[in-house]
Design a protein around this ligand. Structure first.
Ligand code: FAD
Length: 619
């Protein structure tokens, strides 16, 4: 290991991941902690990293409180409805009451916002979305973080959290390696804010072979946001609540602007409105939830999946009407050019001009994330003024490990934050982290050289494994004594796909399949001790795989625990094919014991805080 130089950095606030939440956290940490040392560590390059790397066409979460458009309560009701009741309303409300101020800063920083010519307000795409020319969204927020941090480290993958050796269950920093130089980095920190994005590629994607890597969700989001806290025993919530997206086929181009702004609609291959056909069937499964407005996203997926299984596919988006209007046609194309160029290329390659041909839609493989339309992630403390006792333990957005905070995809129970809400949540977490330091909660943290050296051996082991095992390669990449990261990834994806509700089974699973998945995942974990890496890039792939596998174990445990089908269209429990409010109107919370690797799960009450408040006011 001597050839890998070790760098030590001591700081007050360490932000892991410089995406939307990480840039928000870095910016806000400086606001409250003028004299603190603030470091942000990013796996890629902060200017173009994370899910917003390529840009966005809409900011999906803006209340518009200055114009009385929406109030935070409205957003809580919206998210609650979309998630079939299962959200942390304290977290959602807290984000919503602050998100407008974030968007106003983006505007000041030069993000080109579209304006409604008549009203002068931000141009609405939908009730919550406002439209932007967002190709440079990420560089703009990155600049704010760069000006705020003492240092931004790019190209460093954080692999493990460090723990304090004087006080149990208190964080002490993080370690990782530089993927270009191979150097080892130790960040000893008083607080750590994990903002490392969600998890793609844990389920087998539709695109394999020559198209591998083409997914809706950023392929570089590898679940570090979950694996890092899970590994140190932090509690997680709603990890069963994976997301499946209805998107344009093959290019995964977004449909939001099409539905909301262009007013396009879907039909089956016979030109019928298929959603209506599945009303009674869905009502039988979920009861009155199907009558809610807007229809919860998962239930719209459900109709799509049922219709396809019944032979009504391909499902199409009717664009040929809207595209006759030259303005809408331009918006339709620009929507992709600002964030999903690939969809325009796919259509060109398939000879599809949406003015004359209605393009096909598809449902994606599942992903795990906490900021979009689902809410998998860490179990965190809420804000003091809103949270009931079960949801509050001192510092906003602090996990169940002291000094460890989260934001964006990391945080569970609070869906529909999107880019602006994730940045906002980063700000909230950073403010609380600074307060934690000011309250002297991070005093006398000890992280020994032994702990740091121990991780160094572990991190570089795949390089050692390869160096030895390559001598036994029998041909190509075939070797009896190591597996490559891609082989491990494909094995993981297949387990998740076939047993945990991926596309292979039309999102269907059951207890027996999940039990089998857990066995197979455990054996995969064992074999990952033998993962080999031939260079630093492959070393990153090896660690991405390990993080994905740990995340997958947690997802599988949660899916097994919730004995109902709460979100048909995201996944189905074939042995409990109905929504069961009597027994499962609750949040699920897990903890993995870092010593034994065993998970324990519990039910935690879901409090409908917003309407309780209203009821109290009325009485
Ligand atoms: C395809 C897609 C389309 C979307 N469209 C919209 C939209 O139109 N409007 C909207 O408002 N929102 C949209 N969103 C949502 C928005 O992008 C996310 O809510 C937001 O990016 C989440 O912020 P985050 O910081 O949690 O994750 P990210 O922004 O993804 O950032 C995570 C960061 O962590 C880094 N990282 C990961 N692992 C490590 C590690 N181990 N060590 C160091 N760094 C690490 C990553 O490189 C990345 O920079 C979309 C999301 C997706 C995936």
């Amino acid at each position: 290991m001597a050839k890998h130089k070790t760098h030590f950095e001591d700081c007050d606030v360490l932000v892991v991941g410089g995406g939307m939440a990480g840039t928000g956290a870095t910016f806000e940490a400086r606001h409250w902690g003028r004299d603190l040392k603030i470091i942000c560590v990013e796996k890629a390059n902060i200017d173009r990293s994370g899910a917003v790397a390529q840009g966005l066409y809409a900011i999906n979460c803006y209340m518009g409180m200055q114009w009385g458009e929406n109030q935070p309560e409205d957003h809580v009701r919206y998210a609650r409805n979309d998630l079939m009741g299962m959200v942390r309303e304290d977290l959602g409300y807290d984000m919503a009451r602050h998100v407008d101020s974030t968007v106003h800063m983006f505007d000041e920083w030069g993000l080109p916002m579209m304006k409604n010519e008549k009203t002068g307000r931000y141009l609405r795409e939908g009730k919550w979305q406002i439209m932007i020319h967002g190709e440079s969204y990420k560089p703009i927020v990155a600049e704010a973080a760069k000006k705020s941090a003492d240092k931004i480290y790019n190209r460093i993958m954080i692999t493990h959290l460090l723990m304090d050796e004087t006080k149990e269950n208190r964080v002490g920093g993080a370690v990782g390696f530089n993927m270009r130089t191979g150097d080892y980095y130790v960040f000893r920190a008083k607080t750590v804010i994990v903002a490392a994005g969600g998890a793609s590629h844990i389920f087998k994607p539709r695109a394999v072979g020559e198209g591998m890597g083409r997914t809706w969700y950023a392929p570089w989001s590898n679940g570090s946001a979950y694996a890092l806290p899970i590994a140190v025993g932090a509690k997680m919530t709603q990890m069963e609540n994976r997301i499946v997206l209805c998107r344009f086929k093959d290019g995964y181009g977004p449909v939001g602007a099409y539905f909301l702004h262009l007013k396009t609609y879907t039909q089956n291959a016979n030109g019928e409105n298929y959603e209506k056909k599945w009303y009674d069937h869905t009502k039988e499964m979920v009861g009155e939830y199907i009558d809610h407005h807007p229809t919860p996203t998962c239930l719209r997926n459900h109709a799509f999946i049922q219709e396809t299984m019944a032979g009504g596919g391909p499902i199409q988006m009717v664009t040929t009407e809207a595209f006759q209007d030259p303005h809408l046609e331009t918006v339709g194309w620009e929507n992709f050019l600002g964030m999903t160029v690939g969809q325009a290329v796919v259509w060109a390659s398939q000879n599809i001009d949406p003015k004359y041909t209605n393009p096909e839609l598809t449902t994606s493989e599942p992903y795990v994330m906490g900021s979009h339309a689902t809410c998998s992630g860490a179990w965190v403390s809420g804000p003091e003024d809103l949270s009931p006792p079960e949801y509050f333990w001192g510092y906003n957005r602090m996990l169940t490990v002291e000094g460890l905070f989260g934001a964006g995809d990391t945080v569970g129970g609070s869906a529909h934050k999107f880019s602006s809400g994730s940045f906002t949540e980063g700000r909230l977490a950073a403010k609380a982290a600074v307060k934690y330091i000011e309250d002297q909660k991070a005093k006398d943290i000890k992280v020994s050289d032994k702990q740091c050296e121990g991780f160094k051996d572990i991190i570089y082991k795949p390089l050692e494994t390869y160096t030895v095992a390559r001598n036994e390669i029998t041909g190509g990449t075939v070797s009896p004594s190591y597996i490559s990261p891609i082989q491990g990834l494909q094995r993981l994806q297949r387990i998740m796909d076939e047993y945990v509700g991926g596309i292979a089974t039309n999102y269907m699973t059951n207890e027996n399949m999940l039990k089998r998945a857990l066995e197979l995942l455990e054996w995969l974990q064992e074999d990952l001790e033998k993962v080999g890496a031939e260079d630093y890039h492959q070393l990153m792939r090896a660690w991405e795989l390990k993080h994905r596998t740990l995340t997958s174990q947690c997802v599988t445990e949660h899916t097994m625990f919730r004995k109902e089908t709460r979100w048909p269209g995201y996944y189905y429990r074939g042995d409990h094919l109905k929504l069961d409010d009597e027994n499962w109107h609750c949040l699920t919370v897990s903890r993995r014991d870092p010593k034994t690797g065993k998970f324990t799960l519990e039910k935690v009450p879901v409090y409908h805080i917003v309407d309780e408040k209203e009821k109290k006011k009325a009485s």
